[in-house]
Design a binder for this molecule. Structure first.
Ligand code: NDP
Length: 332
């Protein structure tokens, strides 16, 4: 089958995901002289939605979207090919002589047109998607008071009460941002403490427009056409109905690793892709980076580092002679 693929149509590396990890991998791959392709539905990924990034070295404070646009400018400067396409399927093709193992990728663009690509190596950097709460009526009122993106929607909630669900850094940042617009912000934290960075928690505690309700779950989104309140698991001020017009669900993310599973890439119990210290998966020539990988620290800077390490791996694999240089497969 692969004999029919002209060598000039085979990419050295196909990077799936155009977030920070994917773009970093693209930058390094192109500078290594590899024929690279970055595929991603949204250039910049979820970091686009981050209100302010305050821990990316070199930037004391920068909106996530601006940081990602700087990555994109860097890619454009180096002519890193980025296509806004979503990968729908992947398969490996083995046993065809000089090419070694190849990976066949099926993708779709916004207009629904289908495309196919072949790569000698893959870097999987598909990231994550917003986790849903599972509260009653959450889906029905989504876009009608229920939101998953504070950066996108905070300004719609001027002078009205709003709740944020979650206790991590996303929730803390959302609380901080939404309080700039809303009349009051209630943080609904299911445990007795927040797990966000202390500096982010402190900021909320010191904000007179923010009230943190611990040991409190949002059970139900209330309202007919628009959100009018939330049914709480623990009464606040004598009532289990919290009257709010906005509910931001900021409870973490689910990894988008379905494609990896389809390929036979090993996942952990959280469906994250297992990688070693050199970003290698269990498959020859397949690497993973960023939030989709099983690293404990999900930060822009760590994802970038994993993407860079993956590009080094792809580079050394491509430059190695041999029919199927699978020697780089190492699992701890
Ligand atoms: P996290 O997984 O860190 O936090 C998720 C939060 O949501 C936890 O407090 C969790 O509660 C809560 N939660 C999960 N499920 C539910 C549920 N069903 N009902 C109620 N609450 C629920 O996700 P984040 O998106 O906040 O952060 C992801 C990563 O990105 C982290 O590593 C974080 O540090 C990083 N990040 C860093 C930022 C920064 O400013 N440095 C900004 C944003 C993200 P519980 O604690 O009880 O499990």
């Amino acid at each position: 089958m692969t004999d029919t693929i002209p060598p000039q149509d085979i990419y050295d590396v196909i990077i799936v995901g155009a977030g920070s990890a994917g773009m970093a991998a693209g930058i390094y791959s192109v500078r290594f002289g590899l024929k690279a392709l970055v595929l991603g539905k949204v250039v910049g990924g979820l970091l686009n939605e981050s209100h302010n990034v305050e821990n990316y070295p070199g930037y004391a404070s920068i909106p996530g979207l601006d940081l990602m646009m700087k990555f994109k400018e860097h890619c454009d400067h180096l002519n890193v090919p980025i296509k806004e396409e979503w990968v729908t399927a992947a398969q490996s093709i083995t046993g065809h002589g000089q090419h070694g193992t190849l990976y066949r990728i099926a993708a779709e663009d916004e207009a629904g047109a289908k495309h196919e690509y072949t790569g000698r190596t893959l870097i999987l950097a598909m990231g994550t998607k917003h986790r849903k709460l599972g509260a009653k009526n959450e889906e029905r009122l989504s876009g009608r008071g229920v939101s998953y993106c504070a950066t996108c929607d905070a300004a719609f909630y001027k002078n009205v009460p709003v709740a944020i669900v979650g206790g991590g850094d996303s929730a803390a940042q959302a609380g901080d941002l939404v309080a700039q617009f809303a009349s009051h912000v209630y943080m609904l934290v299911r445990k007795e403490k927040m797990r966000a960075e202390p500096i982010n928690v402190q900021r909320l505690e010191q904000n007179p427009k923010v009230t943190i309700l611990y040991n409190t779950n949002a059970l139900e989104a209330l309202g007919d056409k628009m959100l009018t309140g939330i049914k709480l698991s623990t009464p606040y001020n004598g009532s289990d109905i919290l009257p709010v017009e906005g509910m931001f669900v900021e409870i973490g993310h689910d990894v988008q690793s379905e494609l990896a599973a389809q390929l036979g890439v090993e996942l952990n119990d959280h469906k994250e892709i297992k990688i070693d210290s050199e970003s290698r998966t269990n498959l020859p020539g397949v690497y993973a980076a960023g939030d989709v990988a099983d690293r404990p620290y999900k930060q822009a800077i760590t994802g970038v580092a994993e993407g860079v390490v993956a590009a080094f791996g792809a580079y050394s694999r491509i430059k190695k002679p041999g029919p199927d240089n699978g020697a780089d497969v190492k699992r701890g």
